[in-house]
Design a protein around this ligand. Structure first.
Ligand code: ASP
Length: 240
């Protein structure tokens, strides 16, 4: 079944690119690198600046402790599946109070999808250029608004951002077939944007916890916090 889908997607893409020419592959590569670069920059710069300005916490410590959650989000491409790991990271490794994290993390995993909004914006411009459609200033503002709304409506599971892109395309009168152009590279971009989405949730959790006096800073700066929790003891309990 999966092999069938892979073959049929490959055949559809091969047909598309033979009719569009090699230039289409180059623009697709450009789309991929622009979006991937933007996403990495957003996670590293915007969240770090937010964390520093609003809470005074160290972005380096934060990003170092995010490693596990980022890897998990990257491999599952699902914000919702990453909720338990984000909860563990923010409470046990970063010292945020459970009463803050248990509210902000599930809420963020449901509605806070900056990575998805970025993808929808960049993808809309890419599709407009691929179909030679000139977007006006008003169209750009519509794209910003609808991409933000569509990302809020996107479920935290793999690939839904691409489905919600249809809403943005329709709003500015672009053909929905454009989605097929980016489908082939979307899985990898989905993995990256999911990592960005959950990094935002965890950054905001730390900021809110700090502002509420519910963040244990000693734990935040302890690079070995919760290390013991990670160790798995393989002996049966009777032998311990
Ligand atoms: N996979 C993304 C997430 O779970 C949603 C998407 O953009 O498709 O955050």
């Amino acid at each position: 079944m999966v092999t069938g889908v892979v073959y049929s997607t490959f055949c559809l893409m091969a047909k598309l690119f033979t009719s569009l020419g090699l230039g289409a592959i180059v623009s697709l590569a450009e789309y991929f690198f622009v979006l991937a670069g933007g996403l990495v920059l957003h996670a590293a710069v915007t969240y770090s600046a937010m964390l520093k300005v609003f809470s005074g916490l160290s972005p380096f410590v934060f990003l170092r402790k995010m490693e596990d959650a980022i890897m998990f989000a990257f491999s599952t491409a699902s914000s919702n599946a990453t909720i338990p790991v984000s909860m563990e990271t923010t409470t046990r490794r970063m010292g945020a109070d459970n009463k803050i994290a248990s509210f902000t993390i599930p809420l963020g995993a449901t509605i806070n999808m900056d990575g998805t909004a970025m993808m929808q914006g960049v993808a809309t411009i890419f599709i407009a250029q691929a179909f030679n459609v000139d977007l006006t200033m008003m169209d750009y503002l519509t794209v910003i608004l609808t991409a933000t709304l569509a990302s809020i409506g996107t479920a935290g599971v793999p690939g839904v951002g691409l489905v919600m892109l249809a809403m943005v395309l329709k709003q500015v009168g672009l053909p929905l077939e454009g989605i097929a152009l980016i489908m082939g590279v979307d899985r990898l971009l989905d993995m990256i944007r999911t990592a960005v989405n959950i990094t935002g949730d965890c950054a905001v959790t730390c900021i809110v916890a700090k502002s509420e006096g519910a963040l244990d800073e000693n734990r935040f700066y302890d690079m070995h916090a919760a290390d013991e929790d990670e160790k798995i003891i393989f002996k049966p309990s009777a032998q311990r």
